[in-house]
Design a protein around this ligand. Structure first.
Ligand code: NAD
Length: 283
């Protein structure tokens, strides 16, 4: 019986929440790289979230999300003991885990948590795992201890230089590749501009790269087409054909354009939502 009760809730840092939800059937079927679609309430939007961890025995799944829009704010306001309206999953194709040799994991911001189960699975498959994690500042470097535990090496960047290399995580990767680092595979997750930069860098160094895409998604089952992406000039649906694709084949300009399609409406809806709760917004 799945009741989608929230059994743990933690603020990892400003605006980033970790939540464990009772969902035994999802937990027992989950594989690294898959995601779920969560509805906080009956009228709430469907939110696609990568599975960060799960326990079949415990009957729970772990989600990490950033409060960025109305739906994620509503989800973040829920507490232990409350029930989500629905959790659909596990969805999408699992990551192709194999023994490749050395795998570089590149992750940015809140997506560092999404990289954790994949990095762990690559490590368990006998790979040398070298992780590159970057955030705007050191406070936003979530899951660094998790990543450190299952990595052979961890390289850290912050945009403001508050920890590690000062700059983007892709610049740090580029620096290491230029110094002679030769991974057999790069696996990347994060904001689309970051994954595009990563793809440009790895193409120059000839290292095959898999990217976990984050388009706008609605149904999650290949029917609505909201998550369509252009891969090698062919339309594919991220939910059923992905979420991972060869980064060099992705039409990044189109993905970036589609991701910004509702930006104005999203920020207007958020402004109304926060104001209705007496929260002043400056943006
Ligand atoms: P952010 O904007 O704070 O960026 C995080 C890091 O990415 C930066 O510190 C930098 O190192 C790098 N970066 C950012 N912009 C870059 C650029 N133009 N070029 C090179 N590197 C750049 O990230 P955030 O606000 O935490 O957002 C995380 C993103 O990850 C969201 O867009 C979210 O949709 C995505 N995400 C994807 C998945 C997935 O499974 N595909 C899962 C979770 C989150």
């Amino acid at each position: 019986m799945m009741n989608f009760e929230i059994i743990n809730r933690k603020n990892l840092t400003e605006g980033i929440v970790e939540m464990d939800v009772h969902a035994p059937r999802v937990a027992c079927a989950a594989r690294p790289g898959q995601f779920v679609i969560v509805m906080a309430c009956e009228e709430c939007e469907r939110i696609p979230l990568t599975l960060v961890d799960w326990s079949c025995r415990g009957g729970w799944i772990r989600l990490v999300f950033q409060e960025v829009g109305v739906s994620t704010y509503k989800l973040g306001m829920m507490d232990v003991g409350e029930r989500l309206y629905h959790v659909a999953g596990p969805l999408g194709n699992p990551t192709h885990i194999d023994k490749f040799g050395t795998v570089a994991i590149v992750a940015g911001g809140v997506a560092i948590a999404a990289a954790y189960p994949i990095a762990r699975a690559f490590k368990e498959a006998g790979n040398t795992v070298v992780s590159f994690i970057g955030a705007r500042n050191s406070r936003l470097l979530i899951y660094r201890d998790h990543i450190a535990k299952i990595s052979d090496e961890v390289h850290i960047s912050t945009d403001d230089g508050s920890e590690g290399f000062k700059g983007f995580v892709t610049q740090l990767l580029e620096k290491r590749l230029a110094d002679g680092f030769k991974p057999d595979l790069v696996w990347v997750v994060g904001p689309a501009p970051m994954m595009r930069s990563c793809s440009v860098v790895t193409k120059r160094f000839g290292v095959k790269t898999i990217a976990s895409l984050n388009p706008i998604m609605v149904c999650g089952m290949g029917m609505c087409g909201a998550c369509r992406v252009r891969i090698k000039n062919e339309i594919r649906f991220t939910c059923v054909d992905g979420p991972e694709f060869d980064a060099w084949d992705v039409d990044w300009d189109e993905l970036l354009h589609r991701l910004s399609a509702y930006r104005e409406e999203e920020s207007y809806a958020l402004k109304l939502f926060l104001e209705s709760r007496g929260i002043k917004v400056s943006r």
